[in-house]
Design a protein around this ligand. Sequence first.
Ligand code: SF4
Length: 388
Amino acid sequence: MSATIDRILSKAANGERITFDEGVELMACHDLHKLGRAAHAVTSRLHPEPYRTYNIDRNVNYTNVCAAVCDFCAFYRKNHDADAYVLSREELYQKIEETIALGGDQILMQGGMHPTLKLEWYEDLLRDLRSRFSSVNLHAFSPPEIWHFHKINKLPLEDVLRRLKAAGLGSIPGGGGEILVDRVRKELTKNKALTDEWLEVMRVWHRLGGKSTCTMMFGHIETAAERIEHLDRLRQLQDETGGFTAFICWTMQPGHKMADAPAAGSFEYLRVQAISRLYLDNIPNIQSSWVTQGAKIGQIALFFGANDMGSLMIEENVVASAGTVHYLTLEQIKASIREAGWVPRQRNVFYELIDERPPTAPTAAADRVGTTREVNHAESGRSLPVVN
Ligand code: SF4
């Protein structure tokens, strides 16, 4: 067993593709150190640069009204619920203005799958935001939402995506992927895109020249082989299109109808992220999931396959609704990278560096461009860091 694992790990570390069966073998391996060393070797080969990256964006949930039902989700509401909402334009403008003031360059805009809003509503929204905030990338609408637009508007998927792109859609987040195996999806979700549909949205978007991220939410009802099946479907699509910029995985946060599900912990998160880095040989970047794992594990994840600390996440509602969210300031994100031995650099969704400072050797005092002061964010009640 150990010799087999060693052989698979050295294959992956040396840049050779591992097979489906070898992926399943790795899923049975609980030697976290071995997996981490091999994943880190891959990350170091792909990213020998002296920096690790982060992004500043805001997660805006434009509506919580959703036609789907997901057992793990405590966020969605039905149209008639008293606390159902669709954000007004003014609320959106304010959130974007705050994001720009914090140095952000992107809005991650996702919602529930609203049963009555037509495609024109989304086009107007994108056009309006594009014209007001031309420097901000609109990273919006997960594949299940876009599939939903295609169904309720009775329009070909390609037409929907072309129209959204023309209206200003910049890139697509990998949300709603969970586990891309229909047995799992049918058990956990209702009225939501199935595996081939999720992948088809990404395929068509990539063919139109678009970029997107991809994700995996694990630690619920999936088997080890189904985790690899998920990774395999992503790897196949990436071979075909090359459109994924990054992969992010996290453990399901027990809550809602799945409140009694045992939580997969940090050991499992690091193990699966390391295996993902080894399996996804064609996806260049992996983001650490400190939002679900906290600062310490988020930092350690940089040695288990991740090369990016993800986003400052000025606002997050979906994971928070399930009861688990960690919040870091910009300085804490940068300090996590610096303490781990790299220079922190800001990037955009395309992984282009967008800060103006050249990388220098990391020191504890280096890289402090500004101090932070706290302002109260009226709606969330959280404090927002403001870079001076
Ligand atoms: S996870 Fe998304 S699609 Fe599922 S119920 Fe919640 S808001 Fe709707």
